[in-house]
Design a protein around this ligand. Structure first.
Ligand SMILES: Cc1cc2nc3c(=O)[nH]c(=O)nc-3n(C[C@H](O)[C@H](O)[C@H](O)COP(=O)(O)O)c2cc1C
Length: 371
């Protein structure tokens, strides 16, 4: 019996298996609005048999976008455009879909990666002045962000709340708050980016304050029977930066506030990061959080092989695995993993006839006939 294909509860949300499609920016939106690309992308991943899909980093405000092409959830038009994509996906798939709500902070106003990914300065077309905990740029040569004052913090809180309301109306099954990869909330956590002297800077307790306030505000807004959780970078990979001890403390604080899970990644805050990369390189961080906190814990990062994913779950290192690049490379990864591990997946009826002879029981609930 495959452990990877055992069901999992995240709060009240039932996942049919423990494979999660990691959030992946597509840089293909127009003024925050999902396009036909999202219809194709979300549509085909919804047929993959994964237990949950987390939609890409979705900005809570125009200045919270990473690039001018990011998905957003800050206007009625954004909401309507995403509703169209979700309606299509739901017509053909019962896979739960969550959204990752995000504010890029000082890493906003960037070109898309395929345009080089460099910062767009505020005076360039499509660029804007970025916001951050402190006037410290992501890298030295970049434009200095504007430090958020009390009214700026209030604006960000309200924008998260408004986006959570829109997510609720869209029937999204969960919200992942983006607290990782060097974006705004991670900037508050890390002493490398947060140089504040008020109640939001200095001690660990103070640096966690704003991310926890955002969690509380989103949790209070989103329907209580649907889960809210956070993605956290467990280390900056820079001496003196955010680290795994802080991550464990944060995860415990989140748990006491009703957080349903933690999604453990690393890095993204500093160009000085020295990452030790390799298969499953972030899993030990998830393992430590799971062991010390006990919240449902999602591991991510170079998990590409079904047996590797199975071992992460079977060894109790994490409760679920999330896959990004492997899902793009092989959008039927969960089908192929089920075949390798002797498990079963749901596939759309239109594709039932593709079931290979040697895996006669691969697809669940099939019934097929012909005259
Ligand atoms: C195309 C692409 C877009 C990504 N966009 C996001 C994102 O929107 N939010 C996020 O938290 N991580 C994002 N990531 C990081 C992935 O979610 C994941 O953590 C990382 O790729 C490592 O997992 P992998 O080895 O399975 O690809 C992105 C990765 C890729 C490849």
């Amino acid at each position: 019996m495959s452990r990877l294909f055992e069901p999992l509860m995240i709060g009240n949300l039932h996942l049919e298996n423990r494979i999660i499609i990691a959030p992946m920016c597509q840089y293909s939106a127009e003024e925050g609005r999902a396009t036909d690309w999202h219809m194709i992308h979300v549509g085909h991943l919804a047929l993959s048999g994964a237990g949950l899909m987390i939609l890409e980093a979705t900005a809570i405000s125009p200045e919270g976008r990473i690039s001018p092409h990011d998905l957003g959830l800050y206007s009625d038009d954004d909401e309507a455009a995403l509703a169209r994509v979700l309606k299509a996906a739901r017509t053909y798939s019962s896979m739960p879909i969550a959204v990752q709500l995000s504010h890029a902070g000082r890493k906003g106003s960037s070109r898309a990666p395929w345009e080089g990914g460099a910062q767009l300065r505020p005076d360039e077309p499509m660029g804007w002045k970025t916001l951050a905990p402190s006037p410290v740029p992501h890298s030295e040569a970049e434009d200095v962000p504007l430090a958020l004052d009390a009214s700026g913090l209030d604006r960000v809180r309200k924008d998260f709340v408004e986006a959570a309301r829109r997510a609720a109306r869209l029937g999204l099954d969960g919200i992942e708050i983006h607290g990782a990869h060097g974006y705004l909330l991670h900037q508050f956590l890390s002493p490398l980016a947060n140089r504040r002297h008020d109640e939001y800077g200095g001690t660990l307790e103070n640096r966690m304050r704003f991310p926890l306030e955002i969690f509380d505000a989103v949790r209070a807004t989103f329907p209580a029977d649907r889960p809210v959780w956070m993605r956290i970078s467990a280390t900056d990979w820079v001496p003196g930066g955010w680290d795994i001890d802080g991550t464990v403390t944060l995860a415990k604080a989140l748990e006491s506030r009703g957080c349903a899970a933690v999604h453990i990644t690393t890095g993204g805050l500093s160009p000085a990061q020295a990452i030790k990369i390799g298969p499953g390189y972030q899993v030990p961080y998830a393992q430590r959080v799971k062991a010390e906190v006990g919240l449902p814990t999602i591991a991510v990062g170079l998990i590409t092989d079904p047996e590797q994913a199975e071992a992460v779950i079977a060894n109790g290192e994490a409760d679920a695995v999330s896959l990004a690049r492997a899902m793009l490379y092989d959008p039927r990864w969960p089908w192929h993993a089920a075949a390798r591990l002797g498990a079963r997946v749901h596939a759309p009826k239109q594709y039932w006839r593709s079931q290979p002879r040697e895996y006669k029981d691969l697809f669940k609930d099939t019934s097929y006939g012909q005259r």
